[in-house]
Design a protein around this ligand. Structure first.
Ligand code: ATP
Ligand code: MG
Length: 582
């Protein structure tokens, strides 16, 4: 069915963000809560009901919920009703297999429809859903299945089962492996999902769900160390819903595309839940990054709102493509970014290139959804993360082992902290209660990031507390230095670390990747240092520049400064399970 053939009576509308301050004043979580339906007869709140079932029962029944773009670029549409029925079937399959509330169901799949169906069906069953990025090797897969106490894994025979099979002896809790590409069961434990789905009814009644029941498990990116398993509850959907309205600016009939894989929290919160709960059409691309393909998808599917990451910006910026000239992107209204700081340079490039606002926003696995953002109807300060979501209280604090103090003075660096209790706040780090408790100081959650707030209330990222460089008595955030380096015409990417130095404590060292056609020689090195000194002053500018072909990154595209540092100092490399190119 064509998008234009349906009307959108059931889409709940919240006033789109017109004036940040007035919205902030009138905002209450209770009101957001009332915009969602809840389970029938006051049986609680379940993400899958809000995301799918209530739409399937209303005017969006035949509206396209997911448009799957396959590797070969052909597409397949799933309406809200299709998703409703198939996720019911999956929930019934779980019942047949004896899965009960609070047990964990994993997927190890590419971005294929079964992943989305499994996610929604698991939520309906009130089991816990945990998607794994399919490119993980056997050890990271084992680590996560084991820590997450997987009872069921959905995967493929052809590509991914081989990563699990050798580990089965070490996974005593894993009872069933469901293969999406097997016609028949292999044995009592390794089963054909299509076969089970055929046998399962497409009717399912979601059991009573407490909004504080666990729903999702996500492992952090492992940028600063061993990934943590953050557990989220059903009421997180309030954040996904309201950020869909206020940040992603969803309108009825919107076509939306989030490029993140559900193996990272962004790909679940904003690649599954937020678009569906807001009743828009969600593009799912099975393929990895490819500039021409990406621009073509934006064009062909008339994408209105596009959510991506700085790593994609950096890759696109390096290419000599003029998307507005070479592609018809007239439908694009908004581009958003998350995952790492989006340098002012990248914001300006994006605005010029796409001729639409480019909005950076900040959040983490632990926060479950967007916490700080630039908004459509608020002046954007390029390089800033923006302002807290209405309903979210953020602050800058001085945090040491024995001290906690909120810093009121604008412009002063400190720890970014959030007032406890927002709906999508993580409930725990799985099996790491102590680590979890350590994140809180009284009523505040300490994010592990450093930032400052300017006099207009905008937050500016300084760096991760772990990455901060102490040089000649200054605290230097890598972001500031990297941003300045990125403004040099020859530099495509930059990462900065502190290298121990007997006289100044730590010396700022930069690793840079050059844009094509630049020669890595001493002249350029001196030119870059001079540029940085002019921008940053001699104390903060890097003293050493190393040219490199690529920077080590996580699978979600984050620069692994800790690995650059470990290599520089000849120290152990630590957990590399999320490294993009081992
Ligand atoms: P780990 O916690 O395992 O070290 P990680 O922190 O990279 O990994 P995620 O939860 O995926 O895992 O990433 C959240 C972090 O990413 C934030 O805490 C912040 O450091 C960074 N980040 C996300 N968005 C932004 C942004 N817009 N600007 C600056 N930093 C960002
Ligand atoms: Mg983190």
């Amino acid at each position: 069915m064509l998008m234009s053939e349906v009307n959108h009576q059931t889409i709940v509308t919240v006033p789109h963000l017109k004036d940040y301050d007035s919205l902030q004043d009138s905002f209450s979580w209770k009101k957001v809560h009332e915009k969602l339906e809840g389970l029938p007869d006051g049986q609680g709140m379940n993400i899958a009901h809000e995301a799918v079932d209530r739409h399937a029962a209303g005017a969006l029944k035949n509206h396209v919920a997911i448009r799957w773009v396959m590797k070969n670029r052909s597409t397949k549409d799933f309406t809200y009703n299709d998703l409703h029925r198939s996720s019911n079937q999956f929930a019934n399959v779980l019942t047949m297999l004896g899965v009960t509330k609070g047990e964990t169901v994993f997927t190890l799949l590419n971005r294929v429809p079964e992943l989305y169906i499994a996610a929604l069906g698991t939520l309906k069953k009130t089991a816990i859903f945990c998607p794994l990025f399919s490119v993980f090797g056997p050890e990271p897969v084992y680590q996560r299945l084991s820590r997450g106490e997987a009872k069921v894994v959905v995967t493929t025979l052809d590509q991914f089962y081989k990563k699990i099979k050798p580990q089965l002896d070490r996974l005593p809790k894993l009872q069933k492996i469901l293969l999406t590409d097997a016609e028949a069961h292999i044995n009592d434990h390794v089963l054909s999902l299509p076969y089970l789905m055929l046998k399962a009814s497409s009717g399912f009644t979601i059991p009573p769900t407490n909004e504080d029941d666990p729903a999702l498990l996500h492992f952090t990116s492992g940028t600063t160390g061993m990934p943590k398993g953050a557990l989220h509850v059903h009421k997180a959907v309030l954040i996904h819903f309201i950020t869909g309205q206020l940040v992603l600016d969803f309108h009825p009939d919107d076509i939306y595309w989030c490029t993140a894989d559900p193996g990272w929290v962004t790909g679940t919160s904003y690649g599954i839940i937020a678009p569906l709960v807001n009743g828009v059409t969600n593009i799912v691309d099975e393929e990895e990054f490819d500039a021409a393909r990406w621009y073509s998808i934006l064009e062909e599917h008339k994408v209105n709102v596009w959510y991506t990451a700085p790593t994609a910006f950096r890759r696109l910026m390096r290419m000599n493509i003029k998307p507005r000239k070479q592609y018809n992107l007239e439908h694009l209204r908004l581009v958003l970014s998350v995952g790492e700081p989006l340098h002012a340079e990248a914001v300006r490039w994006g605005e010029e290139t796409f001729e639409v606002p480019v909005l950076d926003n900040w959040w983490q696995t632990e926060t479950g959804g967007i916490m700080i953002s630039n908004y459509r109807n608020m002046p954007v300060k390029p390089g800033s993360m923006g302002k807290p979501l209405p309903g979210i209280e953020a602050a800058i604090a001085e945090v040491t082992d024995d001290k906690f103090r909120i810093i009121d003075k604008p412009g002063k660096d400190g720890h970014l902290v959030l007032k406890k209790g927002w709906p999508s706040m993580f409930k725990t780090y799985l099996h790491e209660e102590e680590r979890y408790n350590k994140c809180f100081r009284g009523e505040w959650y300490v994010t592990g990031d450093l930032a400052n707030r300017d006099k207009d209330g905008y937050y500016w990222f300084v760096g991760r507390a772990d990455d901060i460089i102490k040089t000649s008595g200054h605290m230097v955030g890598p972001f500031e230095v990297e941003s300045a380096l990125m403004e040099h015409p020859a530099i495509a990417e930059a990462a900065v670390i502190g290298k121990p130095d007997p006289t100044i404590g730590e010396m700022v060292k930069a690793f840079v990747v050059l844009k094509p056609k630049n020669k890595a020689d001493d002249n350029l090195r001196l030119d870059i240092i001079a540029h940085a000194r002019k921008k940053l002053g001699a104390a903060v500018a890097p003293k050493e520049i190393a040219f490199t072909d690529h920077l080590p990154k996580t699978r979600s595209g984050k620069i692994l400064r800790r690995l650059l540092k470990a290599r520089e100092l000849g120290l152990p490399e630590g957990d590399l399970s999320t490294l993009e190119r081992p």
